[in-house]
Structure formats: C-alpha cells, structure tokens
Design a protein around this ligand. Sequence first.
Ligand SMILES: [Zn+2]
Length: 56
Amino acid sequence: MIRYLQSIFQHRCPTCGEPLRSQVDEWRCEKTCPNGHYREETFTHLGVRIVYEDGK
Ligand SMILES: [Zn+2]
C-alpha cells in the first residue's frame, strides 16, 4: 500500500534517485529524469497518466 502511494506521487527517479524535472503546459504535465531513466506524462483533461520506465 505504501509502495502504491509512492508510485502515484513519484517525484524522484526510481532508478537513480534524482529529482524529476517537471514541465507543465495547458493540458499536459510531464516529469522526466534528468538522466533519461524515467518519464511520466499526465493528461489532466483526459485523466490519463502514462509512465515510461527505462528497461532494467
Ligand atoms: Zn534516473
């Protein structure tokens, strides 16, 4: 359960632990690892969240 909550509020890269960089425009919020491990896009109008994680 704790892990589930952490995955919703992901603010650090799960691979390297760097803080994610966020970029927000009018209909999308994107968070990316500065080292390219992780990317998360949230489309607020659609209620859709997409996570891209680097392959292990
Ligand atoms: Zn990373």
